[in-house]
Write a protein that binds this ligand. Sequence first.
Ligand SMILES: *Cc1c(COP(=O)(O)O)cnc(C)c1O
Length: 382
Amino acid sequence: MLNFNTLEVGYDIPARPGMTLSEVATPCLALDMEALERNILRMRNRTRAFGVAHRAHGKMHRSADVAQLQMRLGGAVGLCCQKVSEAEAFVRAGITDVLISNEVRDPRMTDRLAMLARRAKVQVCLDDPAAIADLSAAAVKHGAVIGCLVEMDCAGRCGVAGSDQALELATAIAAAPGLQFAGLQAYHGSAQHLQTHAERAGAIAAVTELVSAVIRLLNAHGLPCETVTGGGTGTFALEAASGVFTEVQCGSYAFMDADYGRIQNEEGQRLDSGEWENALFVLSRVMSRPAPGRAVCDAGLKSLSAESGLPLIRGRGDLNYASISDEHGVIEDPRESLRVGDMLHLIPGHCDPTCNLHDWYAGLRGGRVECLWPVTARGKSF
Ligand SMILES: *Cc1c(COP(=O)(O)O)cnc(C)c1O
């Protein structure tokens, strides 16, 4: 039998704190800790200036350590999660305030949601009065209180469409034992990546109009909306400036990715050119130089999501990551500059699904591995 303790690195980790970059096994998910801290501080300053709370979206990183940094350094009031199992992993790791910014309709999972609400502050979204009986029964069974937000349909996904349905739902929540009506969620997912600031502003203006009408109607019926939450990296400043949102839910700002980098800010510049820095990379090495102008690296679909585009290569405008397969990336290198063993910092097309492919983040500072953080809620999609 192999004695894994004798191996230099350890059998299940790509890196150890203290290592230099050259010692890291690739592909390896990596964080530039200084860029991450700057992004987190910037978001704290932006949301403070607007006077809105920030509830960081944990579905992006699925990391309790990044979440703690967002709360301690970034002043985030808590976390958003998308799934009950994801929320369980964060609460187990010490996060005490989670919003499941999504509907939960599986009775197995509403039961677990209610159990979780005994250990932490837990909120969830609803878009159907038929969901109330099950959720309320689970809360009563476990002696829990679950905060409930009415989700508004902003972009043709989940949510109720209009004011009358929102009133009906909020009224029924307020009357249900174990449930507390907490306000509204209005997240426009497809507006986040609209190319220009003007397009995003138009989309969020419509959201704000809808939400304002709902708040007026609910208030007139004695149902105050303590929380009005929504917004992501692409639009949060619009929600924050609207005067009706109390909270924003940005996720990708902390790491950034190639797809977000391509959209334009208010000045018409790339989003990754000023405000937000790329802090997330997949470290990869050249493993073959099979033909003139072609290099092959060791990071493919098992370490990078590609549904939002192929990765960019940091600092190497002369190279092009041209095609991807399970374990390989083909790189066009017209100047023949790459050698086998060269390390590349790949900027993933889409951060969320990329992080979920890995077990560990190697946190880098000053050319060394500073920390090795688990992807706490990896695979927690149920
Ligand atoms: C993904 C998501 C966010 C965060 O979006 P980013 O674009 O990553 O900032 C916010 N709210 C909800 C409901 C989401 O699903």
